[in-house]
Design a protein around this ligand. Structure first.
Ligand code: ADP
Ligand code: MG
Length: 282
């Protein structure tokens, strides 16, 4: 809807505003790590509102602070400056679940035990866990592998287990750190479709960190481009591509190409800077 908004200088203008309070409001967020070699600023001056039901992607060069930012949003890392607030003061902190980078399932647990893990540590009883996890394993196509161990599965199946485990606690906010980074392209497409379908059905808020501009555009409503280390927000790109999104038609949409160019333009200099700083050849 359109309303009159008074800006800071006291003048009034007409603007589109979303009246729903954001799920997460981040202001002046920063993280400095104390190391033997001195303080390392991982993330600095992050201002960001995350809307309810939004699909947000974060791209940035290696080492720019993406994981640190995600961990702070998840409450796993303490900020050294700024703050993270939930949308309304009355609401409890949203339930978060994270799909970690790399190996994120326990090798000594079966598929079912892995998927139940988050529920078990929250104290859910056995029958409740079984009901929730059955339906989730069905959703991610693993019900027949409930009793298998991770080493008996493909990498793509293991990532499905990690996603099922995160979804089992019915989080408001699902945080995924390069969840498909180690998968082949075809498996990635299938899992992207699955995540989009689940997101569409459950109306969760999702933040995904990815190395892939293509993946960011396939999934997200907005793409955050971060600067080279120490990471700040360089650019925020809206992705107005129609949903539901289809892998094939998406890539033939001229808007997809235009957005890809815009993001790569922004990211390229940051990647070059990160490579120069780490002594890598360009
Ligand atoms: N626990 C830590 N202690 C010291 N430095 C850290 C720690 N975690 C991350 N860093 C540093 O912070 C920076 C950002 O790291 P990270 O968030 O992992 O980046 P990204 O996920 O974008 O690759 C890097 O320079 C990294 O070395
Ligand atoms: Mg990382």
């Amino acid at each position: 809807m359109t309303v009159a908004v008074a800006n800071e200088s006291g003048t009034v203008d007409d603007r589109e505003v979303v009246t729903d309070p954001p799920l997460v409001r981040i202001r002046g967020l920063g993280r400095v790590f104390e190391t033997a070699a001195g303080p390392v600023t991982a993330v600095r001056a992050i201002d960001l509102d995350i809307r309810r039901r939004e699909f947000l992607a974060i791209v940035g060069p290696s080492g720019c602070g993406k994981t640190t930012l995600l961990r702070m949003i998840a409450g796993l890392e303490t900020p050294t400056s700024g703050r993270i607030e939930t949308g309304s003061a009355a609401a409890d902190r949203p339930v978060n679940a994270m799909v970690f980078q790399g190996h994120s399932v326990f090798p000594w647990m079966t598929v079912r035990q892995n998927a139940e893990y988050g529920l078990a540590i929250r104290g859910a009883g056995k029958p409740e866990r079984a009901g929730i996890v059955d339906s989730l394993l069905e959703t991610v196509g693993l019900i027949e592998f409930s009793r298998a161990y991770p080493h008996q599965l493909s990498e793509g199946m293991r990532q499905r287990v990690a996603i099922a485990r995160a979804l089992a606690v019915d989080p408001d906010l699902l945080l995924m750190d390069e969840p498909f980074g180690s998968l082949d392209e075809q498996t990635r497409f299938i899992l992207q479709d699955e995540v989009l379908r689940i997101w569409g059905e459950t109306q969760k808020t999702v933040i995904v960190v990815t190395h892939s501009i293509d993946e960011a555009l396939t999934l997200a409503d907005r793409v955050i481009v971060m600067t080279a280390h120490p990471g700040a927000i360089k650019d925020v790109v809206d992705v107005p591509l129609a949903r539901p999104r289809d892998q094939a038609t998406l890539r033939s949409d001229p808007e997809f190409g235009r957005l890809f160019g815009r993001i790569w333009d922004s990211l390229r200099s940051e990647v070059l800077e990160a490579r120069a700083a780490s002594g890598s050849p360009r």
